[in-house]
Design a protein around this ligand. Sequence first.
Ligand code: UGC
Ligand code: NI
Length: 165
Amino acid sequence: MSRVVTARPLTRESFAAFGDVIDAGGENHYPINAGKTERYHALARPEATGPDGHVLISLARATPYDVPLALTMVERHPLGSQAFVPLSPRPFLVVVCPDEDGRPGLPHAFLTQPGQGVNYARNTWHGVLTPIGAPQDFLIVDRGGDGNNLEEFFFADPYEIRLPG
Ligand SMILES: NC(=O)N[C@@H](O)C(=O)O
Ligand code: NI
């Protein structure tokens, strides 16, 4: 029996318990380069812990998923944060779960505004990168180093993640 979760628009407030929203909506912005550029400063602070922990910048060329999404698994990275910033102005699906004694609780699903990215705080349960409707490239900022930085949880029954509307 599928359990249904409907995505809602991504906002800083609704996502705060899981990480950061990366967009030009932050309060902390100021002009640089003689006013030719506006800097939206410190939207997120990457975290990279553990042996030889360091921050990496990578690119992802992602294939879209069917929606409604069958969410069978969530994962988390105990040694570092993980950010995904889309390189094209298309919404994508973000799914996170609170931690309940080492297991993921009820999923929360969000649909980003075009161009919005997210930074998952270290050890936050999340669905894998989920573009919808078309292939999409993303910038990834996450943790490199030694040790195991991936924990996966497979649901006995999948959740059905629906788009709003
Ligand atoms: N493995 C990787 O780079 N991506 C996943 O962690 C993911 O959250 O999609
Ligand atoms: Ni991940």
